[in-house]
Ligand binder design. Structure first.
Ligand code: NAD
Length: 458
């Protein structure tokens, strides 16, 4: 059966969900308040970078199964189901901002003209679905049946389309048979395992899953830092751990800490929810603390090695919080670049897709004591550099050979936040190499004093 579906919000979650519902044969209208976004989507252009998204947008738009609009009234009035994929960003106290959810809830209440299931895909604190349902009923204008269901999203940015079409599970949280059956039918064509639970449990599954992954990352980073102190190698340790099925082989990579639009805010929001309920969620708190320190670990290492960044040419490889996305929210590169600029570095930054977004935060040119320039390839970033920082493990960055650093950089001093290289390979290439949780390699690089130039921004 085909349903008429409206999706509120065309970000990573809403747009991908809408496109995948259309691909499964439903009739979809995607709603956003951002007119510019809607206009470019109508032209078949994706406002976000996700593998395979644009192709599916174009295919389903030509087939007449998907449309984009800012006109929420006509999109909501006769929809069988309305999915909410609007943002729930972090507020200064760590709690989730539910204002976008409330706006859409009110728009729905005032415009629906037939029975409708409202489905919250956004990540929201436990109990929010109850409130959304009450809120809609309070503001409802027409005499129609409306219920709210929770359907949290688990896609990972960088593989959003694949993750949606091949999700490990669909979580549906409902408090009525009618809502459960309708959601089951909407998801039937995906042929994926469905776990049906109460609304509150569904809301909790999302936070519990994300925070568990965040904990796993912080745990490995914590162990990595200890490895450095006691002479063990975190990659060997992770390899040994990965054979244990109870531990699993994923998310064992130590690095520069987690970023992105989800883990940082979802750890804080759950910790806040616990506090609000008189409970201290100590494990999640620890994950947050470890991550805060981890993000600038490499910078601190570099500060122990160098007197100053003033007058040094610093190559930065990778800006996005992970490969496969143009998203910079909470990316470790932001914390590090801000510190490097404060210390007077002359940065030459490269990222395959993140530069345009990064420029909005750090426009090209002199910033404070430092200076940032954006270059169109890795060679231009490394050329003549004194120090290189690797923040994102894009494939093309992983493809840089150890000998290239030696060849292109003025002083081959590399700080790798993603443990891309084997320590021995860097050593053999004559590169002084610092990474996370592994022995560092000190080789005699050409004196940095020769390399430092007096620059006018210094
Ligand atoms: P986003 O910021 O990329 O997109 C949100 C969109 O909603 C924007 O385009 C914005 O213009 C639009 N919007 C705001 N108010 C609106 C309104 N009243 N009507 C219609 N559109 C409106 O957000 P996102 O990253 O897709 O995340 C959305 C939610 O999904 C969040 O709760 C997030 O925690 C959750 N989530 C995100 C991911 C992810 O990887 N990004 C994964 C799982 C869950």
């Amino acid at each position: 059966i085909m349903y008429k579906i409206a999706v509120a919000g065309t970000g990573y979650v809403g747009l991908v969900a809408g496109v995948c519902f259309a691909e499964m044969g439903h009739q979809v209208t995607c709603v956003d308040i951002d007119e510019e976004k809607v206009n470019i989507m109508k032209k078949g252009i994706s406002p976000i970078y996700e593998d395979g998204l644009e192709e599916l947008m174009q295919k389903n738009y030509s087939a007449g199964r998907i449309d984009y609009t800012t006109d929420y009234k006509s999109a909501y009035k006769d929809a069988d189901a309305i999915f909410l994929g609007v943002g729930t960003p972090e507020q200064p106290d760590g709690s989730a901002d539910l204002s976008h959810i409330a706006t859409v809830a009110r728009q729905i209440a005032e415009n629906i003209e037939k029975d409708c299931l409202v489905v919250v895909k956004s990540t929201v604190p436990v109990g929010t679905n109850d409130k959304v349902e009450q809120f809609i009923k309070d503001f409802l204008i027409n005499d129609v049946k409306v219920e709210v269901a929770s359907n949290p999203e688990f896609l990972a940015q960088g593989s959003a389309v694949h993750d949606t079409l091949h999700a490990a599970r669909i979580i549906i949280g409902t408090d009525s048979k009618w809502a459960e059956e309708l959601l089951r039918k909407i998801y039937e064509p995906f042929k994926l395992p469905i776990v049906s639970v109460s609304r509150r449990s569904a809301e909790m599954i999302k936070y519990a899953s994300n925070d568990f992954l965040a904990l796993k990352i912080s745990y490995m980073n914590d162990i990595a830092n200890l490895c450095e102190l006691v002479g063990a190698d975190i990659q060997d340790v992770a390899l040994g751990m990965s054979f244990d099925e109870r531990i699993g082989s994923k998310f064992l990579n130590a690095g520069i800490g987690f970023g992105g639009s989800c883990f940082p805010k979802d750890t804080k929001a759950l910790e806040y929810l616990a506090r609000q309920n008189g409970y201290e969620l100590r494990t999640v708190k620890a994950a947050i603390d470890v991550n805060n320190d981890q993000k600038t670990m490499l910078y601190k290492k570099a500060c122990r090695r160098l007197i100053t960044f003033c007058g040094l040419k610093v190559a930065v490889l990778g800006l996005t919080f992970k490969p496969g996305t143009d998203d910079l929210r909470e990316a470790p590169s932001l914390d590090n670049i801000s510190l490097l600029l404060e210390q007077g570095a002359e940065i030459f930054a490269y990222d395959p897709v993140g530069i345009d977004n990064f420029k909005k935060k750090y426009p090209e040119g002199i910033i404070g004591k430092g200076c940032i320039r954006y270059v169109e390839n890795i060679e231009k970033s490394l050329d003549g550099a004194n120090v290189c920082f690797i923040f994102t493990e894009w494939d093309e960055i992983k493809a840089v050979r150890p000998t290239d650093y030696k060849k292109l950089m003025r002083t081959p001093l590399v700080y790798d936040g993603r443990n891309i290289y084997r320590v021995d390979d860097m050593k053999n290439a004559g590169v002084e190499y610092y990474s996370i949780g592994r022995p560092y390699v000190k080789v005699n690089v050409k004196s940095l004093r020769d390399a430092a130039t007096t620059a006018d921004w210094c």
